[in-house]
Design a protein. Structure first.
Length: 54
């Protein structure tokens, strides 16, 4: 499901904990689409030890 973000976040920064799966991953994807710069962390890495980077 693709949607337009409510407002552009090109000059915003965010920290998302648990951003590698589930709701956290959805939040990361939405913030990235809106143009935010972000940092995410998790207890473990998925996909064989990689974290998606924009």
């Amino acid at each position: 499901m693709h949607h337009e973000p409510p407002l552009p976040l090109h000059r915003s920064r965010a920290v998302v904990t648990g951003g590698t799966k589930g709701i956290g991953a959805a939040v990361v994807a939405t913030l990235r689409e809106a143009g935010a710069t972000l940092i995410t962390g998790a207890d473990y890495l998925v996909d064989g030890g990689t974290v998606p980077v924009a």
